[in-house]
Design a protein. Sequence first.
Length: 478
Amino acid sequence: MGTNAGLKFPNALEFTPNQIDLREVLRIAARHNGDGTAIVEAIRKRYYAAGASARKTKSEREQQQRQRSRNVLIGMGPNGYRLFDLKTNELTQVGRRLLAMKSDARMYREFARHILRECEGVTLLQAVRAIQARGERTTMSNLSSELRSYGFDMPTNTPRHRMMLAWLRQGGVVDEEDRIDETVVTSLLGSSLNAIDEWNALPTEQKAFLRTLRSEAEVHGESFVSASEVKDKCIAEHGRIFSEGRFRAQIIDPLVEGGWLRATGKGPGRGGKIGSVAATPKLIGLDPDLAGREREWGIPADLRPRLNTPLKRIREDLEVADKNVKGIALELLAVRIASDLALIPVKLRERSAETGGAEVDLIAEGAHLHFSRWLFQCKNVAGHVGLSALAKEVGMAVLLRAHVIVIVTTGSFARTVQDYARKLSESNYLQVVLVDTKVLNRYAEGGAKALMAFFHSEASRTLMRKRPQAKGEPETLR
């Protein structure tokens, strides 16, 4: 069982436009090509000769200054922006290409292209857009929280994402308020962020068909090809991922409507049953690998474009008659609660199509002072949640080695549930948090701050209940 928590942004604490000049550092590396000691010393003299003033001796000051200079190269290295080879002490091909740019403007624009394509820059922009779509300003804190929901490892107070935005600002991708220039992004990527979002929202089988069609377009361009042949090649590459029957209705027609391909009607001969298809400029211009990874774990792709739905709207959608709308709202509620608690949502165990929108289960994980796994069950019911709901989650918690159970309901909890949750906290390693409609209303009004206040209060109660366990005096369940 894996997670996406390993995703990271470049490690570049000193390699930032606030510390160094990109062209000058590239020139220093090229001038002393292969001589790591000389490169470090040249960077030290240029940027850090007056640093470490609190150190008592010249030797100590210079040692600290050299370490900061090495950090610049680390930020350019393989775990950073990949402009410098730390083994050979030479610029990489990307570093040499940037240095060869005739103007600083072109150099920074090309560096921005590299960041977007190779350093998770697109995901960073998607996170910024999601926050701004909710009417919020991007801060280090809420951007970190958003990125955790995308599967990134975001240590407390890490500035890496803000440093990346600073480099993208140099390339004209964002302004001082982190507003994104969509025209610049499209020119650098060949696709808009909207197109990338649409791609990520497509079902897996539609993406697979489009990947194969796009490969065909490298030879045939926008000309029509047999849809059956594309389907056969897709099956050969991805396996039998398509449902039997209604291929045109389930795959081709929705992709035509989305502007990804053109299609002809049925015709004679091979391919006649589902006709022919042709890639559109929208598909040809998109790099599927750039659009995002296909992951077993994480937030489902079709749900991600909806994550910027305001909390009040989610709360309202839970009350409508349409089961599909209610199901999506419940999934969004589960993911938003986990994200606002600085957890990483890693898997929705039940999707609304199967549950009719009545309940959804989410697994989330956190790595604050230590690792923890959380199970969320969200139930959209008007009455009381009974004891069986908690019993089910206790069983799943044991199976999945979880630490915290959170049950969320639009209704209320029976007294037996509250009593059993308290006894579990007193006698067991598990912790249980019950979130009822009153808490949800406070959350919808006050946002993440109100939610955190409630969970902090519950954590304090749990601490007092578990304290006797440290004395070897646990209660027993009755």
